[in-house]
Ligand binder design. Structure first.
Ligand SMILES: Nc1nc2c(ncn2[C@@H]2O[C@H](COP(=O)(O)OP(=O)(O)OP(=O)(O)O)[C@@H](O)[C@H]2O)c(=O)[nH]1
Ligand SMILES: [Mg+2]
Length: 491
């Protein structure tokens, strides 16, 4: 009797929660915006700059609601999810603005609620709508997202795919040590913890090597191998793909052990993450570090394209995909954004955008993907450079001017982190085909001079008005990104 009473009250409470949830949804609409990208792509900087510009009324001419003066106020509110770490906006801004240093790497999920009070554009909706929109911004590692395809793969498929990727020319040397260890191992031998650990560690070392700067390769799953968080050392992270799997695992064998751990990884890591976070998103921005991939050559570009293809496939799986059933809401707009465009002179910004467009179009065509609007932008969430010209003989060269970070080098010169320097960044090619042409990749990677000269700059010194008020962070096309991601909800 007592237990059925509890059940009744519980159910009643759930029903009430749902009702009040609906009611809140009605009076204060909210929009969940996912921000992802592989590590160092620029997620933290993007969110910080976006929020800072909205709160401080930054210059956003392409963001219609702001341009037409309809935004009354934007402010931070308590986020709705108590169990998710808060995006530490104040810390990141302090480091960007006060220290002129880039914020620390974040490497996990975090969330922030930004509420915008606005006036509706049409008189009709002004009468009915509350003019308040809460944007829940969720920052999460792209590496975790790339785990999603694992849900549809058996341990055998996962192993076969990993082996195939490992022997591609861009990865073949990095994976050699792991492949050597794995070749000596008999999957049918008795399960042994030390063997499992040795395999998992060498596999993780290979994945980490792929990420290093000069290679700039995007990662392969499992994503938590690079960012284990509190799962470090747990059995669910102590496995690796195996070579030569041609039959069902014998109970008690290494094969059986690895398979069980792989399934545990899917159950305890991958599924909860998607259920709790990804399936609730409305809008998504995917940040890519195209500059770094361009610098590393066509092999890295092809690899980036593969990662974007997989990422897009996760958001809007087409019919017949096992992922379709997992989604409760549907993402209807996705923006693929190349950040750090302030490393190029503005004449090259459109070329960078064209490169991203090509990459995204091909990714959309290849991914099993339906429905959502996909747009692209070349932008800089925080513009660290200004533009100028330098006379060299008779020529006038377009340059970018900024303060290179201490210990950055160009042509043998090492910077001290204090001096402003003009740099001729080079141009992106007019014909964008060459940056995708893998057939010429050996040549491109061998050539000592990359097409663009790339140094990292410190964040900019912020201008102050005559009254001593600090202006908001400068950017390139951040307003265009904002318009696409949330503009229609402020109409
Ligand atoms: N010049 C310039 N550099 C940028 C910009 N955005 C990011 N960067 C550089 O890229 C680095 C990584 O940016 P983050 O925003 O920390 O990247 P993240 O994706 O949050 O990285 P993780 O937290 O490690 O996953 C920064 O430390 C900057 O050096 C930008 O708009 N302009
Ligand atoms: Mg971050």
């Amino acid at each position: 009797m007592a237990s059925s009473l509890t059940t009744f009250t519980d159910e009643a409470r759930i029903a009430l929660d749902t009702l009040s949830g609906r009611a809140t949804g009605l009076f204060s609409p909210s929009l969940r915006l996912g921000v992802t990208g592989l590590s160092r792509a620029g997620k933290t900087v993007f969110i910080s700059a976006l929020v800072h510009n909205l709160i401080h009324g930054g210059r956003l001419p392409l963001f219609e609601a702001q341009k037409s003066g309809r935004i009354a106020r934007a402010f931070l509110e308590e986020q709705p999810d108590d169990a998710v770490p808060r995006f530490q906006y104040e810390d990141h801004i302090a480091s960007l603005v006060n220290d002129r240093a880039w914020p620390d790497s974040t490497r996990a999920i975090s969330e922030l609620r930004l509420t915008i009070e606005y006036e509706s554009a049409s008189g009709w909706s002004r009468m009915f709508s509350s003019g308040k929109l809460s944007v829940d911004i969720v920052d999460y590692p792209g590496e975790w997202l790339l785990d999603l395809p694992l849900l549809g793969k058996s341990f055998g498929d996962f192993s076969a795919d990993a082996m195939e990727m490992a022997t591609l020319s861009v990865r073949e040397d990095l994976s050699r040590a792991w492949r050597a260890i794995s070749a000596e191992i008999d999957p049918d031998a008795d399960a042994d913890e030390m063997t499992a650990r040795r395999l998992a560690e060498s596999f993780a070392a290979y994945l980490k090597a792929c990420k290093l700067d000069e290679r700039a390769l995007s990662t392969l799953p499992p994503g938590r191998f690079l960012m284990p968080g509190d799962l470090e050392g747990s059995p669910a992270l102590t496995f690796a793909p195996l070579a030569g799997l041609d039959r069902r695992p014998r109970p008690g064998s290494l094969h059986a052990m690895m398979e069980r751990r792989y399934e545990a990884y899917k159950t305890y890591v991958v599924k909860p993450f998607f259920r709790e976070h990804i399936t609730r998103l409305d809008r998504q921005i995917v940040l890519i570090d195209a500059m770094q991939a361009l610098n590393a050559g066509p092999g890295a570009m092809a690899d980036l394209e593969r990662a974007v293809t997989e990422i897009l496939g996760c958001f809007r799986p087409g019919r017949g995909s096992f992922l379709t059933d997992l989604f409760s809401r549907r993402i209807d707009r996705i923006l693929v954004a190349a950040t750090k465009a302030d490393h190029l002179h503005h004449e090259s910004h459109d070329r960078l955008q064209a490169i991203v467009r090509r990459l995204a179009d091909r990714a959309v065509a290849r991914a099993n993907f339906t429905g959502a609007d996909v747009d692209v932008v070349a932008m800089a969430a925080v513009r660290a450079t200004r533009e100028g010209t330098v006379k060299q003989g008779r020529e006038t060269l377009p340059v970018i001017i900024g303060t290179p970070i201490a210990d950055e080098k160009i042509n043998g010169e090492t910077f001290d982190g204090k001096t402003e320097t003009a740099i001729f960044p080079g141009d992106l090619p007019e014909k964008i085909d060459v940056v995708f042409d893998v057939s010429g990749s050996d040549h491109a990677q061998d050539s000592t001079e990359p097409a663009i000269r790339f140094v990292r700059f410190r964040p900019p010194k912020l201008e102050r008005t005559a009254e001593g008020v600090t202006l908001s962070l400068p950017h390139i096309r951040l307003d265009r990104a904002l318009q696409f991601l949330i503009g229609d909800h402020l109409a």
